[in-house]
Design a binder for this molecule. Structure first.
Ligand code: ADP
Length: 499
């Protein structure tokens, strides 16, 4: 009997391998960051070969730290940054271009062109659940096929493969040029803007509208089930791949938010709220998108409404790397605590335009309310508050769609920030709750793999693993909450119609 499960978390800034025990506790972690490549303003790329190399290394590190052999691993679950687009040559295994990352805005012109037809940006919403937007994979694929010489012809001839980073890793882990499997799961496929949410298959009419050949796309599978076996000797050879979930869906799974009305908000590079809608595809009237939450092999798909916010933790990185105001991300809290409040300053970090609930590619970042009084402490505070206000935006949208939450389950890198979590509770007016294991993204992938292998018996058994780690209750007066939030909405208005 295998004693552990392993999750590979291929994130935006780093790749992690985490080994979990039966209680959902962390046994060992391997982690490596990869380069963020910014060729021009608004463009963001990753090197897929670097990501694959890092994956092999972090798995080896985690196994070595835990002093385990692959035989002691019941299965591997993969979770990954979604939408990020890789296209590679099936014969050589070489990518034909760097990966175009989810935050990349280079295809805004392409989106405008497609939106000129009847239906505008809502053109495919009833099929894919998504508006037309550079965020999703479809236009990123088209951009590479248009710009790399010969790529379109080679894609049509079946020589090229497309995948989000889950597919890229599965193909490499299961043999690469030597019989690698070309697969993805329903949650990742639902972020391409090419999958029909109800049939869970690539949609012929949508593919035709984007002019993309179906032959380059992976086979779509249930999130929890068979994805082949690791063949590479360097990493966990012989261990089965048993689950694949996009990072936000994995976090919801790791938070045991399996049912309708159950929700989580993850605070990382960006912020992502998911509220389950069960077997129903619900279309938002308030700027949220419809997505697949998970599907167990042989089971029905479960859906969710999602509020995706592009820039939260990455604003903290920007204070660190571009302004040099802090030396590390956690220092933002120390700096913010040097002042009582934001002093009237608000930062709207519309670096990639604004995502949910606004979907405005024409927005750009602004700092408003500057006076001679404002110092770097106020800016640190305004940066943290921007995360809380953007979360309020998407929670209000969910409430308008009928999903009113009476508390918010949170996770991700930013939830170690006490000041932010207290302010979040204050500005929402509901309790904010963090589980003991805040690595919910990796945990969700591990849960998927463990369910498929029988390591865990049922969703109920997983629920029993969920433990409250910390809770923040609102302490701000309602009038103050609404006054501040009103100022935020005014600041958002100032960011629009700039690009
Ligand atoms: P991802 O999975 O998107 O790469 P993580 O969940 O690892 O992100 O979180 C990392 C992000 O959280 C970074 O953008 C970093 O700036 C931010 N972050 C980490 N610790 C803190 C902190 N104590 N306060 C504020 N932001 C933080």
């Amino acid at each position: 009997m295998s004693e552990f499960v392993l999750a590979i978390d291929q994130g935006t800034t780093s790749t992690r391998a985490i080994i979990f025990d039966h209680g959902g506790g962390i046994v060992a972690v391997g982690q490596l960051e990869h380069r963020q490549i910014y060729p021009q303003a608004g463009w963001v790329e990753h090197d897929p070969i670097e990501i694959w190399d890092n994956t092999r290394q972090v798995v080896a590190v985690a196994l070595a730290k835990a002093e385990l052999s692959p035989k002691q691993i019941a299965g591997i679950g993969i979770t990954n940054q979604r939408e990020t687009t890789v296209i590679w040559d099936r014969a050589t295994g070489q990518p034909i271009h760097n990966a175009i990352v989810w935050q990349d805005t280079r295809t805004a012109g392409m989106v405008d062109h497609l939106a000129a037809a009847a239906g505008g940006v809502e053109r495919f919403r009833q099929v894919t659940g998504l508006p037309l937007h550079p965020y999703f994979s479809a236009t990123k694929i088209a951009w590479i096929l248009d710009r790399v010489p010969g790529a379109r012809r080679r894609a049509e001839a079946g020589e090229l493969a497309f995948g989000t980073t889950d597919s890229w890793l599965i193909w490499n882990l299961t043999g690469g040029v030597d019989g690698g499997r070309h697969l993805t799961d329903v949650t990742n496929a639902s972020r391409t803007n090419l999958m029909n949410l109800r049939t869970l298959d690539w949609d012929a009419a949508v593919l035709a509208a984007y002019d993309l050949p179906r032959v380059m796309l992976p086979e779509i599978r249930a999130s929890v089930g068979e994805f082949g076996e690791v063949s590479d000797d360097a990493v966990a050879s012989g261990v089965p791949l048993l689950a694949v979930l996009g990072d936000q869906q994995a976090a919801a799974f790791g938070q045991c938010a399996f049912g309708p009305g159950e929700a989580k908000n993850t605070y990382g590079t960006g912020c992502f709220l998911l509220v389950g809608t069960g077997r129903q595809v619900v279309f938002s009237k308030s700027g949220l998108i419809s997505t697949v939450a998970y599907q167990l092999a042989g089971g029905e798909p479960h859906y969710a409404l999602e509020g995706s916010v592009a820039v939260t933790g990455s604003l903290v990185q920007w204070l660190r790397d571009n302004l040099g105001l802090i030396g590390s991300a956690p220092e933002v809290e120390t700096l913010a605590r040097t002042v009582e409040d934001n002093g009237g300053a608000f930062i709207v970090p519309a670096f990639s335009g604004l995502f949910a609930p606004y979907w405005r590619s024409d927005a750009r970042g602004v700092i408003v309310g500057l006076t001679r009084y404002i110092n770097k402490g106020h800016l640190a505070r305004a940066a943290l508050e921007a995360t809380a206000y953007q979360t309020r935006d998407v929670l209000d949208a969910a409430a308008a769609d009928g999903a009113r939450l009476n508390e918010l389950r949170v996770d991700g890198g930013m939830v170690g920030n006490q000041l932010l979590m207290q302010f979040q509770a204050d500005i929402l007016g509901v309790d904010v709750v963090r589980p003991v294991v805040a690595e919910t993204t990796a945990l969700g992938a591990a849960y998927g793999a463990g369910l498929a292998s029988g390591y865990w018996a049922s969703l109920d058994e997983l629920r029993a693993n969920w433990r409250e780690g910390a809770r923040w209750a609102p302490s701000m007066l309602g009038v103050e909450r609404e006054r501040l939030y009103g100022r935020w909405l005014k600041a958002v208005d100032r960011s629009l119609d700039w690009s």
